[in-house]
Each structure stands twice: as structure tokens, then as C-alpha cells.
Design a protein around this ligand. Structure first.
Ligand code: ATP
Length: 768
């Protein structure tokens, strides 16, 4: 029977959802029995099924149910029968304490996995074989045709890039941006797809021009000695501490060929005192988060921006999304207000540097907030893309199709999965991806909110009583064994989690662990890892929860297929309105549909091994009598549900049941925060709460969705200001253009026109 319904139509206010439980389907006697059991069940669920107020979509929905019994009350060998909705039944036998048919709490009710699911309207085709792989679009250019020296970089840098960093030829964006940034003093807007090398595209010209102060192009010395105290020449701003650290690492590698140039970071997360001490010692290139920089500009006298020639705004749209507009205005204003020093305090003339302040804005995607940032920060900028460099003249900016497209070599697919089957399908997908050793090395799973990341990490790891990392280590709660993904053929897979609610040192240590691990790894994360993160070995991205906006999607999938490498990305969608989202994505890239049935087939082709538990010293095989992928999926789902219930009872396993409920609530709230234009595809009124609960291992939707979660989901535009610690300061003075450092209105107007031309190309993608 098709799902009759019931999809909740609710307002996410503060009041808890109304609950009205009615068991339908099955035999009359069973229904009565279930009602009674549910009423008696005081401790298994947060609100017993009959407990008044809250509504569940399980109501009106045909429920298949059965009773479960306490483990201690029943013989371990007793078998349970499942009806698969097609008249066939399946027995799932016990394999000890934690097998499929291990018992659950009295009154527990399970809904069958494969019945009453909505049917996808997507037509699945067998992927065409022998398709010529697409030519990488973000790869370095051919070495014969291009080299760094020809772009104006000194032989010293070119040689260093080639021999030490194994970069023989530039990428397209580097080819187009390095010459103008070395020769000219114009502002620039660099726009190129993810993984195309934008970081070096702006760093190399800066390093080259600072080197030019002390060395001529032929390498001979100019007689000027540049050292850390010679002045601050460039500031790079990036939205997160992780990104700042990553940029700092790239820069450090480049500066090994010019060790007299010194860089540092001011990103928060450590005492301001030690940051001040580093600034006092002297620095030539500073990498900072906006909040922290604004703070130092206000409070650190030793920070002299008179010699600053470059201001780089990396990940421009993210800077704006995270609410840094005020800080950015303040920073731009303060730097412009400061008179440009032609020589430094030692009297060294800075003629080799730009003779005006140059601002460079970088972004892989283009949206309205980038236009706004362009207005704030750029003056008569050139627009540099991977395919061309265009000066600010009368020439119209052509539609830039690359603005939202993913790297061409990235293989994208989407799998349409009914809500109930999401969890087992995710596990199946990961199992099949990691089935063979070496097939996939690193995968990233994107999830909408931190609570859900925490829950899925705890669910898929080995029991915390079997820690895989050193108890005293920073990563003891964020790195573990991927117990449910491993297989005899690939037994050592590491599971990691990352989100913004973790302490900074833990975030850094976890990312380092992901980056450097020699084992295959799965990182479960929120969008905190969606921007800029560069881990070349990532070969699979799974969007388990779709991104909040198309731009976020482009950035997420851009964590793979970097610098010409291959990569795969799979997006989870649910049958119904979510399927329409593909049409929006198709305008920028090709996606191949994949059925969840085939994912389950591939993932559960062999019996599932369960990890060691507190009850079992050895891994157990999850047995289902009918050795089919679907029956294994059923057995796995049942096992996970029982684990949750058991955790509530013995308090072990980090109280997984509580974590599941919290994750479910936060997930539902996060679902409501898709950008307005895309809510037609992510319509919360179409979400089936009972089925969704199942994908959290819950047997019914918990109440309290209207209440505040312990950690609020941060939605785009409402980001907390990480690393800021910054009061708004006196920006309001400048907003009306009164301050000496106010953004030049005329320049802003010209830039607005320019950005509008570029933006008109974005319009066709429905992105605003
Ligand atoms: N010329 C080059 N040759 C080979 N590899 C390169 C070259 N330039 C950059 N790379 C590598 O490409 C990868 C991506 O670079 P980078 O992080 O700068 O990309 P990006 O365009 O900033 O991506 P995103 O938009 O996702 O932040 C890095 O691993 C970098 O080392």
C-alpha cells in the first residue's frame, strides 16, 4: 500500500508538536495489544505512544508492528518473523546478545523497512559503459605549453615549485591571475571552480613582489635586506580558523625559497597576548579571521598597516554568509584610512610593491553577497576567471558558465532513498565504497547539524569502551574505528567527526588526523568542512543531508576532484519534492541517478559483521536466515534500533538513544533552514517524521521539535562569528560614508555595475 499519508504539516514554533497515536494496519487484536503495550511503556520512549499531546506521522500511516521483549525474558534462540510485505516472511535468528533478533524493550514497536515507502518518480538507468572520462577542468596545464617562470615568477620560485612542491605548470586561474597581479596594481576578483589552485594564484604574486624588494629578476641582490621587521605588506582574510591555517601552511611551503619573508596567523583560539607578541616581533604577511584582525586593529598598537599593499578576501561569499560584513567594512576602512607609506621605518623604499592598496576577492561561486563584498572592498577590479582575464573596460562580461559548475572530472550521482531506508543505505554505500582495500581512501559525509554528526559518529563507531585512540589524546572523542563500515577485506577504517561546537584544538587535531591518516578514513561533518578544505586524497563525498543552498553543494562536492584528480560525489534525496532539486543542479552539472536498491545490493552483498560490544569480545556476524541484501538491511536496522534501546537501559554507549532523539530534533529544524528559493524542494511539510525517525534508529518521532536544541543549527546568514570575540565597534560611524576611511562611493558604484554584469550570468542558475 502506498503511504497514505501522513505527512505532517507543522509550524516550527516553540510549542511541542501535537501527538496523536493511532495504530492502523495488521490484525485488530494486534492493534489493541500494541496500544496497551505502548501505554505501559514508560521508560523506552521519551513520550509513550499514548502520551497525549504530541503528534506523530505514524498516525494515519499504515503501521506494521510487532512486540519485542526484554532480552532477559526470552530464550536467546527464539526466532522472529518478518513479513516483507509481499507475502513472504523472513526469520532473523539470534547471534547472541547483539544480533538482529536480540530482544528489545517491552512494548517496543518496529515498523518494517521495506513497506509503505513512497515510490521515487526518478527513472533509473543503467549507467552507460565505456564512457570516455571527462578531461579534468581544474588540472595543471600541460608542462610543455606553460610554466611558472613564463608567467613572471623568478626562476628561484619556479624552481622551488617544481622541485620541492612538485608543481611544474600553473593551473588556468594561476596562468590568468599571476601576470596581472605581478605587473599591475589593479584590484582583482578571482573566480574559479573548487580545487583549481586559487590560493597560489594570489600568494605567488605577493611573494614574488616582496622578493623583488631584495632580488632582481635575474636573482642578483638589490642591496636591500628584507626581514620580518621590514613591514607588514599583505593581509589575507579567510572565514574560518581551519582555512587560515591551511593557507598559512601553503604559504610556509612557498616561503621556504625565501625564508627571510615571515608570515603568521591571528585567528583566535589562542591568547591575544601571544598573538600580539608575534606581531611585535614583526611579520610581512598576515593571515587572519576578520573578527580577530578587527580586534587587533582596534587594540594592538604595534600592528601598523601603513605599509600594507594587499588585502586578500578568500572565500568571499562565506565571509559574508558568516556575518562578517561589519568587520570587513571596518577593516577595509581602517586600512584605506592609513596613509600609504612609500618607504618603511628603516627608510627602505618600497617601489617594487604596488603603489596603491590592492584588494583581491576570491570565490568559487558567485552570489549576491559577493557582489556586496565587491562593492565594499574592490575598486575598478579586473575579473579573472579560469578561462580569461578581463580588464574593467567597456567590454561586457560574458556569462560565466564556470561560476557554479563542478570540476568536469567529478562523477556525480544521486540516490533517491525513502526516509526509513536512509540509514541502512548510507551504511551500504560506505560499505561498498570501502569494500576493497585501496578502492577509496578518504570519504567525507556531510550532515546538516552538529547533533546529527555526533549521533552518527557514535552509532557507526566501535563502542567507546573499546577506544581506538589514546584516552589522553585530543581526538579521543572524534576519531575511532568505523566499526560498521569495515569488512574482513578492509578491516582498518578510521571514522572521524568534525563540527563547529568542538573546541578549536580538537578540531585542529581531528583535521590533522584526517589529512595525515594512512588508513582509509570517513569524516562525518557539518558544512564547516565544506569550504576551502584541501585534502587531496578525498575521493568520495556523500551529501547525506542535502546542502542548504546550491552554492554550499558546489563547495561540498568540491572537496574531491581537486587539481585534476578524479573524484565521486553522491547526493541523498527522498522521493517526492526533493527529486525536483536535481533539475536545479543539472543546470550546472550532470548527475546520474542511482537506485537505493542497487546501493543496498552492493553494500550488503556479503553478511554484515558487527563490531565487538560490551557483551561480545569478538566481532559477530549478523545473521538473517534469508541471506539477501534486503534481509541484511532489515537485520542491521533492527540491530541498531536495539542498540539504542539497550543504551537507554544500561546508560552505556554515550546514551545513544538520547543522542538519536536530539539529532532527530536538530535535523528537523535544520531542514527548515534551506534557502528560501530552494524550499520548494525541501518542503518541511512533506517530511514524514515517523519515517525520518527510523533513519535515526528511533521507532517513533520524539517530541519537542519546537523546543530549542542544545546546539542551535547555524543557518547561512546566521552564522555565529567564529573567532571574532569582537564588538561591533564604531562601524556605524562609517556606514554613512562620513569617516575618512569610508569606502569611496564612486568606486563602489562602478564596482556595483561591474559585479552586476557578472551577476547577470549567475541569474540563469536561479541563485540569489
Ligand atoms: N599548479 C599546480 N600544480 C599542481 N597542483 C596544484 C597547483 N596549484 C594548486 N595545486 C593543488 O591544488 C589543490 C587545490 O588548491 P587550492 O586549495 O588553492 O584550490 P582552490 O581553488 O582555493 O579551491 P577551493 O575553492 O575549494 O578553496 C591543492 O592541493 C594544491 O596543492
Amino acid at each position: 500500500m502506498a503511504d497514505g499519508g501522513l505527512l505532517l504539516n507543522f509550524d516550527l514554533g516553540d510549542a511541542p508538536l501535537k501527538r496523536q497515536v493511532k495504530f492502523t494496519g495488521g490484525r485488530w487484536r494486534d492493534r489493541v495489544h500494541a496500544q496497551r503495550s505502548a501505554r505501559k511503556n514508560q521508560d523506552g520512549f521519551e513520550n509513550g505512544p499514548t502520551s497525549s499531546a504530541n503528534s506523530t506521522p505514524l498516525s494515519n500511516h499504515r503501521q506494521d508492528f510487532r512486540h519485542t521483549h526484554d532480552q532477559n525474558e526470552r530464550p536467546t534462540k527464539r526466532q522472529k518473523t518478518f513479513d516483507y510485505g509481499n507475502g513472504q516472511s523472513d526469520k532473523i535468528s539470534n547471534t547472541g546478545a547483539r544480533t538482529a533478533s536480540a530482544s528489545t524493550k517491552p512494548g517496543g514497536i518496529t515498523s518494517r523497512l521495506f513497506t509503505s515507502n513512497p515510490t521515487p518518480r526518478t527513472v533509473f538507468e543503467e549507467p552507460a559503459e565505456d564512457v570516455e572520462p571527462a578531461k579534468p577542468s581544474n588540472a595543471p596545464l600541460s608542462e610543455e605549453a606553460e610554466n611558472f617562470h613564463a608567467l613572471g615568477l623568478s626562476p628561484r620560485i619556479a624552481q622551488h615549485l617544481s622541485s620541492k612542491l612538485e608543481m611544474k605548470a600553473p593551473t588556468s586561474i594561476q596562468k590568468n591571475s599571476i601576470p596581472p597581479l605581478i605587473k599591475d596594481d589593479s584590484d582583482a576578483f578571482l573566480q574559479a571552480e573548487t580545487g583549481s589552485g586559487k590560493t597560489l594564484a594570489y600568494l605567488l604574486p605577493i611573494v614574488q613582489r616582496i622578493m623583488n624588494l631584495s632580488h632582481r629578476e635575474d636573482g642578483s641582490a638589490t642591496g636591500t635586506r628584507i626581514h620580518r621587521d621590514s613591514g607588514l605588506f599583505a593581509i589575507v582574510l579567510a572565514p574560518t580558523r581551519e582555512l587560515c591555517k591551511q593557507i598559512a601552511t601553503v604559504l610556509e611551503k612557498v616561503l621556504r625559497c625565501a625564508p627571510w619573508i615571515v608570515s603568521t596567523t591571528v585567528i583566535g583560539g589562542e591568547s591575544k597576548k601571544s598573538e600580539k607578541a608575534r606581531l611585535r616581533k614583526g611579520v610581512n604577511i598576515l593571515i587572519a579571521t576578520p573578527g580577530r584582525l578587527a580586534d587587533h586593529l582596534d587594540n594592538t598598537k604595534v600592528l601598523d598597516v601603513g605599509t600594507v599593499r594587499w588585502l586578500i578576501l578568500d572565500e568571499g561569499d562565506r565571509l559574508m554568509e558568516m556575518g562578517f560584513e561589519e568587520e570587513l567594512k571596518s577593516i577595509v576602512g581602517k586600512i584605506r584610512k592609513e596613509e600609504l607609506k612609500k618607504s618603511n621605518k628603516e627608510g627602505v623604499t618600497l617601489a617594487a610593491l604596488p603603489q596603491r592598496r590592492v584588494t583581491v576577492l576570491c570565490s568559487a561561486t558567485m552570489k549576491m553577497n559577493v557582489q556586496r563584498l565587491g562593492e565594499i572592498s574592490l575598486q575598478d577590479a579586473i575579473h579573472v576567471t579560469a578561462s580569461k582575464s578581463e580588464s574593467d573596460g567597456d567590454a561586457a562580461v560574458e556569462a560565466n558558465d564556470a561560476a557554479f559548475s563542478a570540476p568536469s572530472q567529478l562523477k556525480q550521482s544521486y540516490v533517491v532513498v525513502p526516509a526509513k531506508l536512509r540509514l541502512v543505505t548510507l551504511i551500504a554505500l560506505l560499505k561498498s565504497a570501502f569494500a576493497r582495500k585501496g578502492s577509496v581512501m578518504k570519504a567525507i559525509v556531510f550532515i546538516s547539524c552538529a547533533d546529527s554528526v555526533d549521533f552518527h559518529f557514535d552509532l557507526l563507531r566501535s563502542s567507546p569502551s573499546h577506544p581506538s585512540s589514546d584516552e589522553s589524546s585530543l581526538t579521543r572523542d572524534t576519531v575511532s574505528d568505523a566499526a560498521y563500515i569495515t569488512s574482513p577485506a578492509n578491516p582498518d577504517i578510521t571514522l572521524l567527526k568534525l563540527h563547529g561546537s568542538l573546541q578549536q584544538p580538537v578540531r585542529t587535531a581531528t583535521l590533522t588526523s584526517f589529512r595525515t591518516s594512512k588508513n582509509p578514513c570517513v569524516l562525518i561533518t557539518t558544512d564547516i568542512a565544506s569550504r576551502g578544505l584541501d585534502v587531496p586524497a578525498v575521493d568520495l563525498v556523500i551529501e547525506y543531508d542535502p546542502a542548504f543552498s546550491v552554492e554550499d553543494h558546489v563547495h561540498r562536492i568540491g572537496r574531491t576532484a581537486r587539481a585534476g584528480r578524479p573524484g565521486k560525489a553522491t547526493l541523498f534525496l527522498q522521493p517526492g519534492c526533493e527529486e525536483g532539486y536535481v533539475e536545479l543542479l543539472k543546470s550546472s552539472s550532470a548527475l546520474v541517478p542511482q537506485s537505493y536498491e542497487s546501493t543496498l545490493q552492493k553494500g550488503f552483498v556479503t553478511p554484515i559483521t558487527l563490531p565487538k560490544s560490551d557483551q561480545t569480545s569478538e566481532p559477530q556476524t549478523l545473521v538473517s536466515d534469508r541471506q539477501t541484501p534486503n534481509s541484511r538491511a532489515e537485520a542491521l536496522q533492527l540491530h541498531l534500533e536495539q542498540r539504542l534501546l539497550a543504551s537507554a537501559k544500561d546508560g552505556g554507549n554515550s546514551k545513544l538513544l538520547d543522542a538519536a532523539r536530539q539529532a532527530f530534533r536538530s535535523h528537523i529544524r535544520a531542514y527548515a533552514t534551506h534557502v528560501r528559493d530552494e524550499r520548494v524542494y525541501f518542503d518541511i511539510t512533506q517530511l514524514h517524521l515517523g519515517h525520518t525517525a527510523k533513519s535515526f534508529g528511533l521507532r517513533e518521532a520524539p517530541g519537542g521539535i519546537g523546543g530549542g536544541p542544545s546546539r542551535r543549527t547555524i543557518k547561512p546568514g546566521q552564522q555565529k562569528k567564529t573567532g571574532s570575540g569582537q564588538k561591533k565597534g564604531d562601524d556605524s560611524d562609517r556606514e554613512d560614508g562620513a569617516g575618512a576611511g569610508a569606502v569611496d562611493e564612486d568606486a563602489a558604484r562602478r564596482m556595483r555595475m561591474k559585479m552586476k554584469q557578472v551577476m547577470s550570468a549567475a541569474g540563469e542558475f536561479n541563485i540569489g
